[in-house]
Each structure stands twice: as structure tokens, then as C-alpha cells.
Design a protein around this ligand. Sequence first.
Ligand code: AAO
Length: 458
Amino acid sequence: AAASHPPVIGGVGVEMFQRPWTSIGAECGSTLGPAGFSWVLTSPPQEHITGSQWWTSYQPVSYAVDSKLGTEEQFADMVTACKAAGVRVVADAVINHMTAQGAGTGFAGTAFTKYAYPGLYTPKDFHHCALTPDGSIQDYTSRAQVQTCELVGLADLDTGSAHVRTTIAGYLKHLLGLGVAGFRIDAAKHMAAKDVAAIVKLLPAGTPVISEVIRGSGEAVQPEEYTRIGQVFEFQYARELGPQLKAGVLMDPTRIDEVPSKDAAVFVDNHDTERGDASVTYRDGSLYLMANALMLADDYGTPVIYSGYAFSDPDAGAPQGPDGRVIGWDCAGTTAPKATYADGEGVCTEAWKSIAGMIEWRTAAASAPREPGVSQGAAYGFERKGKAVIAANPGSKPETLSVPTSLKDGAYCDVIADGPSMKGCAGGATVLVSDGMARFELDAGQTAAIHIGAEPHN
Ligand code: AAO
């Protein structure tokens, strides 16, 4: 028999970057559940170094579930609220390393020095690589450097050791006990795949994980090594889609250098790439919406929407109160992208009605194959056979585009303009299908999408 595929979380996810547990819990009921999200990826929940920067979350001091994002009780309450709304919680598991900071007291009061974390680890639990002058990774073509030296100076756990593996698994089991459904494995590239597999094997069978292994051409460690453990974030997807949107030339995907669909979690941007090489981010307004809509329309991978906050300083954390806790925000009223955002303001992607509309579209498309696309000028569109059609115009002037479809003749609600439409076209924006063609009139920057369940019901 064929080897069984590792567990997949499935559905549509949303990374809610640096959102306090109370904010996520509230939005599961108000926004995520009603929009049809299956799961939410949180920022790391463990105790971390103190400071105003967002990335303190990625320097663990202990595995106490007490952080700038909330207490263990708040975390558990979030999971309960999300479950009630049909939304599963996936936690970001920072298990490759502890701090880069040399000494200090963590957010929850744990005193530490680098390589010595009370009750958890002592210096023998870490790699101390002698391959580079300062022990930090310099050369990604060297597997030994990538997996035994330090990522930007972060104390690198020896995940080959039984003590380290059981200690990490103990932390992850604690989170499972609080009700989480699975994990993002942060910096998985920097742990040997066999070590990640051994840790996951200590968890209950069926626990889904998504490994963060940034694809880099010519590098020693590639995402394919980790797909027997679970899905991987496939960075190539956004690298192909984003530049096409920016250039105003959309084409059918090539899937070159991408893992098979079932192994992939895909995204337009995440918290690193929006600060780095993402072509399209919240700053791009309608193009960002277009990118997310095209990703949701695609038949490749598990899509993950990203929701962060606006920033001009890439290190700036989400606004914190005097106690160092992140204040949080509520997106329930933000139903469309804004033209401009103030620093620290939530982008609220998860609350846009166009995203909810596309999740409904995706459900309607189900497993229907993606048909070859058609273009007219900058406009491009495609059908998910017999179920749903999307069209997008990343260009700078209006376009008319006819997309071949086997949907029956009629007027269909545009779920981008009006949001979910199974109950009728709220705003009245429609697209006509006649004689096997869906006829789109698209302004510059406009996306429109129709599906089989969304004829006007009056
Ligand atoms: C902070 C400060 C540092 C300071 C450090 C220690 O920013 O200046 O030295 O503390 O005091 C986050 C922040 C870091 C922060 C860290 C700790 O992003 O800035 O450092 O917390 O507080 C590599 C890893 C990947 C990792 C990524 C950031 O492989 O796992 O670096 N991502 C995760 C998280 C991330 C987090 C950590 C890991 C650590 O998502 O938020 O860091 O827990 C190539 C390689 C990649 C490599 C990148 C960056 O990628 O392939 O593996 O990622 O370089 O070094 C093109 C190329 C592609 C290339 C990419 C980006 O796309 O094709 O190959 O560009 O350059």
C-alpha cells in the first residue's frame, strides 16, 4: 500500500500576527468563524525576552504560556471560543533555539543566561558550532552550518538529544492539552528533518504540523526533506504570483520548484516577507486583495491569509501597554482594505468581505480542476470547472474579459464586491454568463468572482 500522507490541517487559515489571545478569541466568534476560516495561526505563546520589538516572541526564555500576547488562562479561553466558532488554533512553535540575548529576565519573570534556562536546558543541550568565527550561520550551502550553527546568534538546541526532544515535546503536549490543533514549526530548516520527525512522533498520532523551511535555490536543506512530517510553507508560490501582479501580466502557474499541492501551505505574505522580499503587501491595496483572491481561487496548497499591522519601522512591535502586553485590536468593522494605515494599525485582512466572499467561492469550487486561464490586455481570468470563475485586472486601464465557463446562463453575484452571496447579492454587483462565457468589465486594479451558488436569489 502507498505510504499514508501525514496529517494536513486543511481549509483556509489566517496568520494573526502579534494578536493577543483575547483579540483572537473575540474575532473567532465575530469574524473568523462566520467568514469560514478553518484555523488561525497565532504568534508564539511561550515566555520570551522583554522589549518593544515584535521579534522578542522568537527568543524563548521558558515554555510558560505567559507572554506579551496573554496568559495561559487567556490562551485556553481563546481556544475554547475559537472551537465554539468552528475555528482551530495552530500555535507557532519556536523549538529550534532559545535566546540570542546573553542574559536577562523573561517576560514572565524567569531569569536566564544564554545556554542556561532554569528547569529546561543547560549548556550541554546546545550545539556549539566551530564552523564559523562567531558560531552563527554564514553559508546556507553548508548543511552542517545551517543545522548546527546559530541562526542570527540564537542559542541552537541540540535536537538530536533525547532530553531536548522530550522537553520540546512536553511543551507541545502542554499546548495540545490547552486545545491547540497543530503547530507551525518555526525555523524547521535549522533542525535535521529526522529530529523534527522524532519530536512530532512523541506527540499524539495525527497532530498536523507545518514546517517553515524557506526555499532557497542552491541551499543544502530543501523543503522536500520535511514533507514526510507534515506540510511545509511553500515560499515559491508567492514569489511567482507577486511579481506578475506588480508587472500587470498574469499567467497560469508553472509550479516549478514547488512541493506537491497536498504538501504545501501557501500565502501572499507573512510576517517575515512583508518586512522583506514580498512583492505584494497591505501597502498595495487592491493588488493585495487581488493576490489573496487569486490564491483562494487556486487549486494548489492550503492557503493562509496574513493579518498584521502597519509599520514603517520593521522592528516595531504591535502597540503595548505599560505592562508590556500587546493592546490588541478588533477587526469586526473593517470590511475592506484601507487606502492608508497609521503605524501600528491593524490591517484586518480577515475581516474584508471580499475574503469571506472568496472563501465561499472556494467552497463552491471544491475539487473542481483549474482550467487554463485567458487574458485580454492586463486582465486575466480562469474557471474552476463548472463551479466558479474569477477575473482580475492588475493593469492601469479598464478591460473587458470573457472567460469560458460551463456555468449556466444568468446573472451571478460578484463575491469580491459584495461578499458572501449564498443568501443573495447584497450590493447588487453582478456578472453575466451567456453562451458559455462569463463577461467581466474590470476597472484598473479590480477583481471580480462568481460561483455556482451565487445567482441572485430574489
Ligand atoms: C533579531 C534581530 C537580529 C538579531 C537577533 C539576535 O532582528 O538582528 O541578530 O534578533 O539578537 C525573528 C526575526 C529576526 C529576529 C529573531 C529573533 O525575523 O529578525 O532576530 O526573530 O528575535 C532564516 C530562517 C527562517 C527565519 C528567517 C528570519 O531560515 O527560519 O531567517 N524565519 C523564522 C521566523 C522569524 C524568526 C525566526 C525564524 C527565528 O519566521 O520571524 O526571526 O525564530 C534566506 C534563507 C532563509 C533565511 C533567510 C533570512 O532566504 O533561505 O532560510 O531565513 O535567508 O536569513 C530570497 C531568497 C531566500 C532568502 C530570502 C530572504 O527570497 O530566495 O533564500 O530571500 O533573504
